[in-house]
Design a protein around this ligand. Structure first.
Ligand SMILES: [Zn+2]
Length: 62
């Protein structure tokens, strides 16, 4: 899913979701998150890969 987001929202959304820049906009867009008209870009939003908190580092057991 692609969304038009302003920079602050793209950062905010990036904390919980996987946000990738889809298309660069030079003009102002209407942010679909905050509804404000700001400078922003089109982003591809996808679910963040369930990154496990436990980083299963392969410990070299001796
Ligand atoms: Zn916004």
């Amino acid at each position: 899913m692609t969304k038009l987001l302003c920079v602050p929202c793209s950062i905010k959304l990036g904390e919980t979701k996987d946000v990738k820049l889809a298309r660069h906009h030079r003009d102002k867009i209407t942010c679909s998150e905050c509804g404000r008209r700001r400078y922003g870009n089109e982003y591809e939003i996808s679910r963040k890969k369930s990154n496990k908190k436990r980083t299963t580092k392969t410990k070299t057991e001796e």
